[in-house]
Design a protein around this ligand. Structure first.
Ligand SMILES: [Zn+2]
Length: 675
């Protein structure tokens, strides 16, 4: 049987044809054409472990935050009350709305729709929206273009725009388009008198969120004034594109620990700002922005990178020592930025970065039931407890490291819901050449229309724990379209077969596009062999990696409950076993010869914890007797430039067990190396 099959290995960075004349607004001639286009959450049905993760969230805090979190519960401003009228309600909705549509859950939809309806129904005639302002309440006026001073902070509205955009994608509710159009007209009229940073510096530091939504609306309505608005907001916001492309910023961020310009070093701001150069590139077509993004990302991960794939940020950027922490908001915001960056740049480097954060940094920072979170996680985290530790921002009560619903600061309590949900809704994109692209892998089923025909693709896999991803097609009639798959840069020996026929020319760190007339029963099998490697981190430490996962010392845990009157119940976690090991040098020299991998099948009830870890690696190691906890911190022994720690080391070689980092709560991940 003849199979019409042609495949093209695409360059990692898609060349764009639109870097031509730039008009006075610094705007690309007529269109915003991204290589990839977002798919509605309602078209993606998570399966397997990912479905279970989302169900846990629905049954836990994501589905019930409005019932358990006092800030949201009481007289909510986004429902017309005097309570939270700032960021936390939109933060929660930013994860709860995609969750409702990913799970097609009627109860959760009803719950989140209350806030969406209130917001849509209470837009002022001027276009202004959001909670009733103090001026409105006290003076009985409505905010208008003539009295924009009576309005309030632009920042939380940026988050609500993201919520409404996802709601629109899932429902096609046209009210969103006219609502946003009116609001952006209002912004264009008033931003000169009431600039983006008027009420808080958060508005100016996070303006890219507003620019992104303005350009999204432009992609639908093609109204030119939206691009004028996008340029205006960009001009009033922090100059992230310049800073990320400019080495001075990153050097100052590494050296300066004072309160001078701390908003420029704030890890959550930075997590959001990563997308800023890509958003500017989307509008202008100027490739200098892609250069700025690349320079900024590389600098950031070189100076502040941690083994689990994210930069330090407690709350400010804080270098690459494995005793540093990172805020959960920085993780989920960086993930969302990388989802947008993937869409705009088609550069697989950022897709790989997203994969690493999602499967390593993200899962560890919440509890099994998704009801508690850590404000800061630490890479080498040998205990989770109250204290000050190595963080640049200790709050007075020493609660930044424990698990709690309200411990640390509650931004993460509300914002953490977008991590897994948006990862799930960005597994697939449609492509600007009429096809589909799987840029991240996890079990799911996609149902969408291609060339007017319904296509269903079942993605059968236990990835990231499984080396094989199988795509099973069903369609009433055959439909021809290109299917794009990402080959991660860590995979040097991947293979793809289409209905049993193997393709060649599959290279790591690229995308592969297979054009075919897809029909019922077609099957594409992507095999991604996971090689054991080691990577180098702060203080010349080493981490063990295998494919998308980073591995950490498996330690049995003792959980201890506590209560802090202001911040509520919390949990501390301590290891019940020794943790002070160095890896033998021979492991670093030849990992596959000295590391033993054991895998077991994943159940659909998988939870990211040590008891469920489906992969275990054993390694030879020796104890470093003087490596001890001092004031809660396991200060890193330095592996010197010869590659060996030169202090006292035990003579006994022991076999240690490693499990995926995301399954641990207490751990060592960045190991000193011993002889
Ligand atoms: Zn936070």
């Amino acid at each position: 049987m003849k199979v019409a099959l042609a495949f093209v290995v695409c360059c990692a960075v898609t060349l764009r044809l639109c870097a031509g004349a730039i008009d006075v607004l610094d705007v690309k001639a007529d269109t915003l054409t991204d290589p990839y286009v977002e798919i509605p959450a309602s078209n993606i049905k998570p399966k397997g472990w990912l479905l279970h993760q989302l169900q846990i969230m629905r049954d836990g805090s994501t589905g019930h935050l409005d019932e358990v979190h006092p800030k949201l519960k009481n007289d909510n401003g986004w429902l017309g009350g005097k309570g939270d009228g700032w960021e936390e309600t939109p933060y929660w909705l930013d994860g709860a709305v995609p969750l409702a549509y990913l799970l097609d859950d009627p109860q959760l939809k009803t719950k989140v729709l209350k806030y969406i309806q209130w917001t849509l129904n209470n837009q002022r005639p001027s276009g202004y929206f959001g909670p009733i302002t103090k001026e409105e309440r006290e003076k009985g006026i409505k905010v208008s273009a003539d009295n924009c001073q009576a309005g309030e902070d632009w920042w939380p509205k940026m988050v609500m725009l993201k919520v409404l955009q996802q709601y629109y994608l899932a429902t096609n509710d046209e009210r969103v388009i006219s609502f946003m159009t009116k609001y952006f007209h209002y912004q264009l009229k008033t931003l000169k008198q009431c600039p983006i940073g008027k009420w808080t510096e958060w508005g100016a530091s996070r303006g890219a969120e507003n620019v992104m939504m303005t350009q999204w609306l432009y992609s639908i309505t093609r109204e030119k004034s939206l691009l004028e608005l996008a340029s205006l907001i960009e001009s009033q916001s922090f100059e992230w594109s310049t800073w990320l492309g400019n080495r001075d910023w990153v050097m100052n961020a590494a050296a300066n620990q004072t309160d001078k310009d701390w908003m420029r070093r704030h890890a959550v701001n930075l997590g959001m700002a990563l997308k800023s150069p890509a958003i500017n590139y989307q509008r202008t077509g100027q490739r200098k922005y892609l250069g700025a993004l690349q320079t900024g990302w590389n600098d950031l991960m070189t100076l502040h990178g941690l083994p689990m794939g994210i930069f330090s940020g407690d709350e400010d950027l804080h270098g690459n020592d494995p005793t540093q922490g990172v805020e959960l908001c920085a993780i989920v915001e960086a993930m969302y930025s990388l989802e947008k960056i993937s869409q705009i740049t088609a550069d697989t480097k950022y897709m790989d970065a997203l994969e690493k954060i999602a499967f390593n940094a993200l899962p560890t920072q919440t509890t099994d039931d998704y009801n508690m979170k850590q404000y800061f996680q630490i890479a080498n985290q040998v205990q989770v407890s109250r204290g000050v530790f190595d963080f640049s921002l200790p709050f007075d009560r020493g609660m930044n490291n424990v698990f709690g619903l309200r411990s640390g600061y509650t931004c993460c309590t509300s914002n953490m819901h977008q991590g897994w949900t948006k990862f799930a809704s960005h597994l697939w994109y449609s492509t600007n050449d009429g096809g589909l692209a799987a840029l991240q892998y996890s079990p799911n089923e996609l149902q969408t229309k291609v060339n007017g025909k319904v296509v269903t693709i079942k993605e059968v896999t236990s990835f990231p724990f499984d080396e094989t991803v199988t795509f099973e097609f069903s369609a009433k009639d055959s439909v021809k379209f290109p299917l794009t798959l990402r080959i991660p840069s860590w995979c040097k020996a991947s293979t793809i077969s289409v209905n049993g026929r193997r393709l060649d020319q599959v290279q790591a760190g690229r995308t592969v596009t297979i054009t075919n007339s897809w029909k019922e029963g077609d099957k594409v099998i992507l095999n991604l062999p996971m090689e054991l490697t080691t990577s180098n981190w702060g203080k010349n430490s080493r981490a063990i990696e295998r494919g998308p996962l980073v591995y950490a010392l498996k330690l049995e845990e003792r959980w201890e409950k506590g209560n802090e009157p202001n911040e509520g119940d919390y949990m501390s976690v301590y290891p019940t076993q020794p943790w002070n090991y160095g890896l033998l040098k021979q492991v670093i020299d030849n990992p596959s010869a000295h590391l033993q991998v054991t895998t077991r099948p994943l159940t659909d009830k998988f939870v990211w914890n040590i008891h469920n870890a489906p992969i275990e690696i054993t390694a030879p190691a020796k104890k470093i007797p003087n490596w001890k906890v001092i004031d809660g911190v396991a200060h890193q022994p330095v592996t010197d430039r010869t590659g060996i720690y030169k202090g006292e080391v035990s003579d006994t070689v022991e076999t240690i067990k490693l499990v995926p980092y995301g399954c641990t709560k207490v751990r060592i991940v960045a190991f000193p190396v011993v002889k």
